[in-house]
Design a protein around this ligand. Sequence first.
Ligand SMILES: Nc1ncnc2c1ncn2[C@@H]1O[C@H](COP(=O)(O)OP(=O)(O)O)[C@@H](O)[C@H]1O
Ligand SMILES: [Mg+2]
Ligand SMILES: [Zn+2]
Length: 225
Amino acid sequence: MADFPEFRPAIKTRVTFAPSPFAEGSMRLAHYAFFHDRYYVIKCFNDDTQDFIQNALQTTYAQAVLKDIRCQMFAITLANIFNGRLSQVDKQEWQIKYAVPSLVAFGREMEYAEPYMAGDYVRYNDNNGNVQNGDTTEGKIAASFCHFTYEETNGRAMVVDIQGVGLHFTDAQVHTRCIARTDELFKRFGMGNMGKYGMTKFFRTHKCNSLCQVLGLTPRDVAGL
Ligand SMILES: Nc1ncnc2c1ncn2[C@@H]1O[C@H](COP(=O)(O)OP(=O)(O)O)[C@@H](O)[C@H]1O
Ligand SMILES: [Mg+2]
Ligand SMILES: [Zn+2]
């Protein structure tokens, strides 16, 4: 992929949402909301993360929301290319899909929203090289997608932290090779970015599966990253 364009999120709506979260991750609380005739999930940073945003990153809540949106949009872009490649090798039934993020206005803040996904929510890997459900078909596709993102960006970035319902994913994290504060890619993406170290963590546990092979992905030795 030649370039990484800056992404602009689409929707701005004033909404209300359920005051109590129905689920939480390590950084965000997930609330139900209903607008535009469907259920959404609104994800608000928890107190520890807000503290981190303010004091460690020294940025604003809104900027941190934009980082999460950019991660997700980046994953969507790469998922589209991945799906194209799957079609070429006659595996279109394995196409993946990322939830499309939007920005919604709530109180004085802008919050992250995405469509609610019904069904069993499953984790396939994290941003630290840990693998779950790796032996399932979905788990293999998820791992192969991560590897693919590394190849497609010539090792400049990779999408990890794959989770969701079946092959409908969300909560993308991006590792960028360079984590200098002045690096354009580093500045763009989220708080789970562990840089080249994170890429190393992925490839330390990743064993190329049959899909990696069919897609012609190069097996990566950690030393050669
Ligand atoms: N689109 C969604 N549909 C249904 N449940 C979701 C959705 N997104 C997140 N969740 C639930 O909310 C939890 C927290 O969201 P997540 O995006 O993983 O937050 P974090 O950034 O803290 O990891 C998830 O573990 C999952 O249980
Ligand atoms: Mg999560
Ligand atoms: Zn592989």
